[in-house]
Design a protein around this ligand. Sequence first.
Ligand SMILES: *Cc1c(COP(=O)(O)O)cnc(C)c1O
Length: 399
Amino acid sequence: MKNQTALIHDARHAPQYIDSLQPPVYRASTIVFKGTAQLFNRHWTDRYDYSYGTHGTPTTYTLADQIARLDGGDYCLLAPSGLSAINLVNSTFLKSGDEVWLPDNAYGPNAEHLEFLQNHYGIIPKVYDPLDVSSFAPSDRCRLIWLEAAGSVTLEFPDLQGLIKKAQAHGILTAIDHTWGASLAFSPFAIGDEALAVDIAVHALTKYPSGGGDVLMGSVVTKDKALHTKLLLTHARQGISISGDDCATVYRSLPSMSMRYDKQSATCLELLEFLKNKPQFSQVLHPAMTDNASYQFWQQNCPTAKSAGLVSVILDKHYSWADVCRFVDALQLFKIGFSWGGATSLVMLYDIKKMRKLANNHLADGYLVRFCIGLEDACDLMADIEQALKVLKLDEKTD
Ligand SMILES: *Cc1c(COP(=O)(O)O)cnc(C)c1O
């Protein structure tokens, strides 16, 4: 055998009976069949009939099974980002003329994707107030409602039970984006004291499951096999696929996730009191704030009193956008960037009322800054905010 051939055909199989703590990583586009009988008798919807890299390998299935278990569901599909997982749900279940409802505080790119589907395919998106079930008024054409707990940026915890019950009474599919809860604050398939279940649970694994700020991934979990099969078909038709290496990275982080979540949550709670007492901030947004309209819903649905490490503040309305930028630029430990769930604390700023369709009277006027708490010491984070606040002159604030 020539060296060129031997490089390809020799020693490509791991010795049998070796056992490592992490499962081996399969990197595959091609899957090799043992013969034509195996080739022609397979069916790609059966995961053990390995067929082609896009349809899955033992590595992707290993992670998918862990995510299904974490979420308390039975079936899981992985997507290359959280947004891709959201899009998988939208494009599987919505067709021309269908109505879909989205909370006003939904993850922004979900609303943008639905706008795209509206322009290109005639889907009809509608917006509801997550704290007011009566604002969700589905027509006969409604097919799907999105839930998000807690909502993006302003972090209202919705009336989950009220919304799910209303959707179920109308025969409408329920899909939750539970990236914030991460199946640690609440379980998407056993919500509240009546153990209500959503139909579809979407999780941006980019956040807490990855925990490193270095991998993008999303998951779609169901308990119902028929729903899963529909999603699986779209997954295949659209060529959605992820790398084995990315799966292995997330898989390795999963065992430490609940410890990281608890630590980040605890640091965030420690910051709440501190932020509340700063005269430069007119409002602190976090589900555990008792003056927050969503407090009762958070208590009802998250009996373990867990919350993610996210907190937003609204700056006094007298501060200009340039002031807010100066404050954010003055932060040292908080890095300016999107996403969250990693070891490094992050900060982002928003002109929030411009991003919303409804009145949102519960939000104070002023620009919003969101802090994503990492794994640093709480004292250092508070000291960082304290020093950065020096750029905001108090005498500019005249009440
Ligand atoms: C980050 C995020 C997503 C999207 O995840 P990506 O992997 O960044 O695409 C979706 N929903 C929520 C609530 C998120 O925070």
